[in-house]
Write a protein that binds this ligand. Structure first.
Ligand code: KIV
Ligand code: ZN
Length: 520
């Protein structure tokens, strides 16, 4: 079995998905979960692009110690310095230097000749090596490039000190055999290729990212770049969970292995979906809601008799199945703690107690509390970061043919107004519009609602509703989610969640109160 290293780019390429804007604390939370998932390398961001990215990479480098932490850099001195600075505290830092290889990129984007591209790449790799021992080099759009130039540039990069060579199919253009042939040729023909790791990075424009990635790995690459839920630019990146489970399920065929802890896949997928605001399509392989649902009678009959008749993976092995312990009104603290552990949440006592209270409140409204309900409760609690506002009460009045009205009370939790409850009312065409206008007034945040979606958590008439929304505030997008048995309450939670993120950005932009230390 050849060991494949998983390079996760959810926080860099994944965050480039339209409408996704992760807060620093959210990135740290995702990075911690990626560590639990067992990825080998986390590409934490592109430090030169913003102070937010710089700080997030720095924080991840400080706090997430097992995987290699990578920062992206163009072939510019300032990019390399920014990446090096961001990674200063990393246990295992990597600078990922990238340029472009294709004629269309060279002519229209870089406006450089092939020789100039090689010169800049060599200088950047050498500069990166003065900071770190681990340098990855990528040439974008390799699959629409002249192979002779690709080989020449890669040979120069290896001679300059690159330790991993990545072959990106940036625009998702290639097909499995073609991609495999290029990877094989790099391995066989490029001087020094046997001394470095070869990586593959595929995009999904033709729906071939996973197939191309697997073909590249079979052809000799030993690093796979991927993102959780396949998120990323345009149609996305290679889906991490699909590659990992293809390798795990068909070890007999691929003869490969990864360090991925499959049990963590479900939780990682939910976390990324929740924090990015990007829902997972129901029929998505491995993590979609229907991935293990059997509709046809003949299938149901088969699975009931013997699961493997129609299931090639066990949903419980990837943290997706329901556990056996049924929870409801009479379940006690001990059973609840056992359930949390069974679902993979090993939480401090104080958080468990808070969750148990929330669980009990839920059992008043819902007869049987499913694993999905508990996952929502936990994720709602542990993935919320220093909210500035909390919903204290709301009242909505809505009837057919007349505008709706909403009154809300919102408590401030930070700053000079901490503890103060602001009450506001508003009118809207429907209850959600009225509610959202009242919340805007109460928080003083003039945000524009961009997207709103609701779905049920599990099935049944007493299922909880999960609302996800995204808002625009001062040119940035913020996503929020909320879960409740009352869909208007879930709507309020989701909107306030997004407003709280906007409030955090507003607070950072405001001049700080004098601390008295300025004169020192
Ligand atoms: O798709 C791409 O080419 C990239 C590079 C930066 C590796 O994301
Ligand atoms: Zn990419």
């Amino acid at each position: 079995m050849r060991r494949i290293r998983i390079f996760d780019t959810t926080l860099r390429d994944g965050e480039q998905s339209p409408g996704v804007n992760l807060m620093r604390e959210e990135k740290i939370e995702i990075a911690r979960q990626l560590e639990r998932l067992g990825v080998d390398i986390i590409e934490a961001g592109f430090p030169i692009t913003s102070s937010g990215d710089m700080e997030a990479v720095q924080a991840i480098a400080r706090e997430v110690r097992s995987p290699v932490i990578a920062g992206l850099a163009r072939t510019h001195r300032a990019d390399i310095e920014a990446a090096a600075k961001a990674l200063e505290q990393a246990a295992r830092p990597r600078i990922h230097v990238f340029t472009s290889f294709s004629p269309v990129h060279l002519r229209h984007m870089l406006r450089k000749t092939e020789d100039e591209v090689i010169e800049m790449s060599v200088a950047s790799i050498e500069a990166a090596r003065t900071y770190v021992d681990d340098v990855e080099f990528s040439g974008q759009d390799a699959m629409r490039s002249d192979p002779a130039f690709v080989f020449r540039a890669i040979a120069a990069a290896i001679a300059a000190g690159a330790t991993t060579i990545n072959i990106p199919d940036t625009v998702g253009y290639t097909a499995p055999e073609e991609f495999a042939a290029l990877v094989r040729a790099v391995r066989d023909k490029v001087p020094g290729a046997d001394r470095v790791h070869i990586s593959v990075h595929c995009h999904n424009d033709l729906g071939l990212a996973v197939a191309n990635t697997l073909a590249g790995l079979m052809a000799g690459a030993d690093q796979c770049e991927a993102a959780v839920n396949g998120i990323g630019e345009r149609a996305g990146n290679t889906s991490l969970e699909e590659v990992a489970m293809a390798i795990a399920t068909r070890q007999d065929f691929f003869r490969l292995q990864t360090g991925i802890a499959a049990q963590e896949i479900g939780r990682t997928s939910r976390l990324v979906s929740r924090l990015t605001g990007m829902p997972v399509q129901p029929n998505k392989a491995i993590v979609g809601a229907n991935a293990f649902a059997h509709e046809a009678g003949i299938h149901q009959d088969g699975v009931l008799k013997e699961r493997t008749t129609y299931e090639i993976m066990n949903p419980q092995d990837i943290g997706q199945g329901e556990t056996q312990l049924v929870m409801g009104k009479h379940s006690g603290r001990h059973a609840f703690q056992k359930k949390l552990l069974a679902l993979g949440y090993d939480l401090p006592e104080a958080e468990q107690q808070e969750l148990f209270r929330n669980f009990k409140a839920l059992t008043d409204r819902k007869k049987q509390v499913t694993d999905q309900d508990i996952q929502s409760l936990v994720e709602d609690e542990i993935y919320r970061f220093e909210d500035a506002y909390e919903l204290v009460h709301y009242h909505i009045s809505s009837a057919g043919g007349a505008p709706s009205t909403a009154t809300v009370g919102v408590a401030s939790r930070s700053g000079a107004a901490a503890g103060k409850v602001t009450r506001e009312a508003a009118v809207g065409q429907g209850p959600v519009e009225a509610l959202y206008r009242a919340l805007q007034r109460a928080t003083g945040l003039d945000a524009e609602l961009r997207d709103y979606a609701i779905q049920s958590v599990g099935g049944g008439s007493d299922a909880q509703g999960e609302v996800r929304c995204s808002i625009g505030y001062q040119g940035q997008t913020f996503v929020g989610s909320g879960v409740s048995t009352d869909i208007l309450e879930a709507s309020a939670f989701a909107y306030l969640h997004a407003l709280n993120k906007a409030a955090a950005v507003r607070a950072q932009a405001e001049p700080q109160e004098p601390t008295g230390r300025e004169a020192i």
